[in-house]
Structure formats: structure tokens, C-alpha cells
Design a protein around this ligand. Structure first.
Ligand SMILES: Cc1ncc(COP(=O)(O)O)c(C=O)c1O
Length: 376
């Protein structure tokens, strides 16, 4: 059997929406992006959304809005995709890591205060695998030290914790619509916020900082633009938005399907001696973006074995502080963030998506169990 790591859900209606845009004259940022922005803001119970080319852009623009740059520090987790930390580097600030919780893999909010210095400007929590961080605790710390909160919600569109969704306590929530995300257009991102001033700035900043966006410039009457700020070039196009619009309607029902598959995995793996799984806390609805198992030893050999049996897997993540660029630049060493490193050495991500068939799920369970037996 060959089981893909991920299969998207783009279907007939999405393709119809795409064709509609392709048959129009307007391929770049316009009406379809507006529709999508309104829809996703509503989905998250927030006011304003800005469509972008990626979540990496979203994280970078969020930092830029707050003028965070050289000499500033941003607290984040080492157990994330490099994009989180890269965004901090792009603006010239210094990433300051805080170790993670063993149970969820999320930044350990209890350790954040000890990492704050006079240069700290923001906290960038990552809702790892779709399980939200302890935003109530993080918000309290941010209030106490007057720090901004930029949530990396690339994994967590549908999740909640303590009945709070991404962006409801933070200043910004940043989302990804990359190829393997819960809703996807291949590449894409967005910032969602309740801050109107920020929203107006972001709309300009995503298109070079121009005062008139393309749809305004090329309307019935040509309008000159001016330039008030040095912006970026990362505006979402109508092509991307067309693919996302309808997927948003299915976000919750597709989450239900991922929950059912995850529960099947949980049930099958919970009694295995050599395989551990992450906890979902009682107060949390995880967006179940990816499903990871933790193996006691020989992770790389096990990955090879899973691949040999036709199961595509990946590693989320080897901790960022030990990747060459960051390790050398900031002199990090093994043992600096032991829990993130421990998870980073043991973790394997197995397939989780609504299109997985029952026989594929059962096959994955059978192979994982047989690997466990071998290590008994
Ligand atoms: C946790 C996390 N943050 C940020 C990103 C970056 O997203 P994008 O590829 O849309 O820039 C990803 C992408 O996989 C991610 O997993």
C-alpha cells in the first residue's frame, strides 16, 4: 500500500470558483480576496483580515507593524517550523527561545517571564500541531511587561482553548494556507486582528506601502497612488482566494473527520510501551493539524521502515536552535532546550487528513503496532 502524507480537499466548487476568476480580467488582489477576508474574519470572530502570500509574510509584517527590529528581542519556541524564527530574523530582531511543555510541545508559559529582558518587545507563541498555547497565561505576562503577542496560528485555524480562538487575546493571529494546511491554495497566508489601525497599515504594507491598491488604481477612473511607507510585496491574489473561499465552509466538518481519525490512533497507540502520544487538554479543541507519535529510540530507522511499508511520514520538528544557521549565529548547543530537543529526537508525524480511507488508517495502525512490538 502507498499512503500519501497529505491529500488536499480542493473539489469541483473550488475549481469552479477558480475558473470564474481566471475568466475574469482581474487575477490579482480584488473582490475575491475581499470576500475571503470577510469570511475568515467572521469564522474567527474577529474584525479584520489581510490576505497575503504566506504565513511567513504574516509574521514578518506583524513584527514590522510594531516597529520591532534591531536591538529588540522576541520570545518564541524552538519547537516550530523555521519560518516562525526566520520572520524575527528578517526584521533584524533577536529570537529568544523558551523551552516547551512535555505534554503538548507548546511554549511553556511558566518559563516566559524568566526570558524577558529590557529589550523584549513581543511574544510569538506557536499553536503547535493545532493545540493552542495557554493564551490566558501568556496574555497576563504580556500585559504585565507591555509586550505584543503575535500568534503563529499556521496549524490552528479551527482550534479553541478556554473558549478562546486564535487572535482573540493576541494582537495578531497569523495563518498559513500552504500545500499541507487544513485549508490550502498551495501557498497563502493571512493576518487576522481586531486592530483597525493595524489593518489599514497592513493593507498598504502588503503592496509596497502604496495608498491605493491595484483594484482602486485600475477602476473606472485611474487614481494616482502615493507612498507613505516602505512596504512589502506579498498581497494575496484572487486566484488564491478563489480556492480558499469554499474550503472555509468545510473547515469544521473536516476537523470532525480528523478528530475521528486521531481518536482511532489514540485508542490504538495508548497501550503501546515504546510509543507515546501528545496530550490534548480538556479545555482544548485541537485543530488536529497533524498527528505525531513519539518513539523511544531509533527514530530515523523507524521512519525508514514506515517508508518501506509505503507510509509517508515527516518530522515536526527538529528544534530550530540546533539548525546550523541559528546554532552558529547564536552559539546554541545541545541541552539548551532539553524538552524541545527530546521531542525533536523522538517525533514522527503520520498521515492525518479527511481523505484517509478506513483501510489506510487500519494499515497505518497495524504497521505502527508491529514496529512497537519489535522494540519490546
Ligand atoms: C508553525 C508554522 N509557522 C509558519 C509556517 C510558514 O507558513 P508559510 O509556508 O505559509 O509561510 C509554517 C508552515 O508550514 C508552520 O508550520
Amino acid at each position: 500500500m502507498k499512503i500519501e502524507f497529505y491529500k488536499h480537499n480542493i473539489n469541483g466548487i473550488d475549481i469552479k470558483n477558480l475558473i470564474k476568476v481566471l475568466k475574469s480580467f482581474f487575477l490579482t488582489t480584488g473582490e475575491t480576496v475581499d470576500f475571503f477576508e470577510k469570511k475568515i474574519a467572521k469564522y474567527l470572530n474577529l474584525e479584520y483580515a489581510t490576505g497575503l502570500m504566506s504565513c511567513t509574510n504574516a509574521l514578518q509584517l506583524s513584527l514590522a507593524y510594531f516597529n520591532i527590529g534591531h536591538g529588540d528581542e522576541v520570545i518564541t519556541t524552538p519547537l516550530t517550523y523555521t519560518a516562525t524564527v526566520d520572520a524575527i530574523e528578517y526584521v533584524g530582531a533577536k529570537p529568544v527561545f523558551v523551552d516547551v511543555e512535555k505534554s503538548t510541545g507548546n511554549i511553556n508559559a511558566e518559563l516566559i517571564e524568566s526570558a524577558i529582558t529590557k529589550n523584549t518587545k513581543a511574544i510569538m507563541p506557536v499553536h503547535l500541531y493545532g493545540h493552542m498555547c495557554d493564551m490566558k497565561k501568556i496574555k497576563k505576562i504580556a500585559n504585565k511587561y507591555r509586550l505584543k503577542i503575535i500568534e503563529d496560528s499556521a496549524h490552528c485555524l479551527e482550534g479553541k482553548r478556554d473558549n478562546i480562538k486564535p487572535g482573540q487575546l493576541g494582537d495578531f493571529a497569523c495563518f498559513s494556507f500552504y500545500a499541507t494546511k487544513n485549508i490550502t491554495c498551495g501557498e497563502g497566508g493571512a493576518i487576522i486582528t481586531n486592530n483597525k489601525d493595524a489593518y489599514c497599515w497592513l493593507k498598504k504594507a502588503r503592496s509596497h506601502g502604496l495608498t491605493k491598491d491595484v483594484s482602486q488604481r485600475y477602476g473606472r477612473v485611474y487614481q494616482y497612488y502615493d507612498k507613505e511607507i516602505l512596504g512589502f510585496k506579498c498581497n494575496m491574489s484572487n486566484i488564491q482566494a478563489a480556492l480558499l473561499l469554499h474550503q472555509l465552509d468545510f473547515a469544521d466538518s473536516r476537523l470532525e473527520k480528523r478528530i475521528k481519525i486521531s481518536q482511532k490512533y489514540d485508542e490504538a497507540f495508548k497501550s503501546l510501551k515504546n510509543i507515546k502520544i501528545h496530550k490534548i487538554l480538556n479545555n482544548t479543541l485541537s485543530a488536529r493539524h497533524i498527528y505525531t507519535i513519539l518513539v523511544e529510540k531509533d527514530r530515523d530507522k523507524i521512519i525508514e521502515k514506515l517508508k518501506k511499508f509505503g507510509i509517508s511520514v515527516t518530522v515536526n520538528y527538529r528544534p530550530v536552535h540546533l539548525l546550523k544557521y541559528y546554532k552558529e549565529k547564536y552559539n546554541f548547543k545541545n541541552g539548551d532546550f532539553p524538552i524541545a530537543e527530546d521531542i525533536g529526537e523522538k517525533t514522527i508525524t503520520i498521515p492525518l487528513y479527511p481523505k484517509l480511507k478506513l483501510k489506510e488508517i487500519n494499515y497505518i495502525i497495524k504497521i505502527v503496532k508491529s514496529i512497537n512490538l519489535q522494540y519490546d
